[in-house]
Design a protein around this ligand. Structure first.
Ligand SMILES: Nc1nc2c(ncn2[C@@H]2O[C@H](COP(=O)(O)OP(=O)(O)O)[C@@H](O)[C@H]2O)c(=O)[nH]1
Ligand SMILES: [Mg+2]
Ligand SMILES: [Zn+2]
Length: 356
């Protein structure tokens, strides 16, 4: 079990696993975790080490699965079950007419929203990322990076704390090591944290500093230097000595929202509360008399930028829902049942397992 402990196996997973795969029903399966997803196969952490296993169905980095181990007679190890995800970091797939979700990570406990301190704070990006982070079911943290670089340090920190609206803010420098211990203490053993932020924000450098080794390819590695070195460019779980697990998310540029109602409420709950105070209950919050939103903007309690950002994201979600509806209708027309993809997958795995 030792190796699984370093990949985040904890009481919660232990209970979930023995509930879904009771030893009486399935004595020959073991828990394993998806470290990385490759085309058609996954790299799994098992009790003994790591192994590549072919998969029939889509899995995500961070998934906990039931693994039927291979035999001496040559049968391959196989994933026969999926432990239901307790958190899912997802976004809408880009350019996808079917409006489907891309799962970036499963079963993460914390989302580290990485914000570089050496450029002006992008308020809208921070808001959007916090919405997605809250919506995943994990707890967001804001991690300011490159604290050694900025002369505008206090400015950016203050603005970030203000915009983060109660979310914890950590300030770090991979260069000097400042703030790394505090961050590690917060993440803790048996917890998985996914770092989310724009390219160049310092995610990989932060991971290297936390691991104490250059395992991630960073922005300042020139092409020639990277050769022959073990560098990871994919979304991959990285175990730390203290028992925490890290995950980088390289190449996640835009973050198109996916069914983010819960996240919207967490980030913009104060705005949604105002709606109940407008004079008309069908208020469009534009120029109606007695509009609580417009009042709050004019008396300075609501920032106009935040209001615009909220409305932009709401429009995006409305567009998504229209697309989902028509995609759903198309599926119905083709005879599919409406079923949550993830639930369908879990069910399918269970059924296959029962038949086996
Ligand atoms: N001075 C300083 N530079 C940093 C720090 N963290 C990252 N950088 C630099 O910022 C650039 C982008 O970092 P990288 O980790 O590749 O960003 P990523 O795209 O988010 O993974 C690189 O040139 C790093 O050397 C830091 O704490 N201090
Ligand atoms: Mg990187
Ligand atoms: Zn109104």
């Amino acid at each position: 079990m030792n190796n699984l402990l370093s990949y985040g196996f904890n009481d919660r997973i232990s209970s979930l696993f023995s509930f879904h795969f009771p030893v009486t029903l399935s004595p020959s399966v073991q828990p394993a975790r998806v470290i990385r997803v490759d085309r058609g196969r996954v790299l799994l952490a098992t009790a003994e080490g790591t192994e590549h296993v072919e998969i029939q169905r889509e899995l995500a980095t961070g998934d906990w699965v039931a693994l039927e181990t291979g035999n001496d007679d040559g049968t391959d190890a196989a994933v026969v079950g999926l432990v239901p995800r307790y958190s899912t970091l997802q976004r809408k797939k880009a350019f996808d007419p079917l409006a489907e979700a891309q799962v970036l990570a499963a079963n993460i406990d914390l989302v580290g929203v990485v914000v570089p301190i050496d450029r002006p704070l992008s308020h809208n990006r921070l808001e959007r990322t916090l919405v997605a982070a809250w919506d995943s079911g994990a707890v967001p943290l804001v991690i300011l990076t490159k604290a050694d670089l900025s002369s505008r340090f206090d400015d950016v920190v203050a603005q970030t704390v203000d915009q983060a609206r109660g979310v914890e803010v950590f300030t770090t420098s991979a260069e000097t090591g400042d703030g790394l211990d505090a961050l590690l203490l917060r993440v803790g053993a048996g917890q998985t944290v996914a770092f989310l932020g724009p390219s160049g924000a310092g995610k990989s450098t932060l991971i290297n500093a936390l691991v104490g080794e250059d395992i991630q390819d960073t922005g300042d590695v020139r092409a020639g230097d990277a050769r022959g070195r073990h560098t990871t460019t994919a979304r991959e779980l990285i175990p730390l000595r203290g028992g925490s697990v890290l995950m980088d998310t390289p190449g996640v540029r835009g973050f198109a929202l996916w069914d983010a109602e819960a996240g919207m409420e967490a980030v913009f709950g104060d705005i949604e509360e105002l709606f109940g105070q407008c004079r008309f209950n069908d208020c469009g919050h534009e120029s109606e008399p007695g509009c609580a939103v417009q009042d709050a903007i004019s008396n300075g309690t609501l920032e106009e930028r935040r209001w615009n950002s909220y409305r932009k994201m709401q429009r995006e979600l409305a567009r998504l829902h229209r697309r989902q509806n028509s995609a759903e209708q198309r599926k119905h027309a083709r005879g599919f049942h409406k079923m949550d993809k993830e639930a369908a997958m879990a069910k399918d795995y269970r059924n296959r397992f029962r038949e086996a």
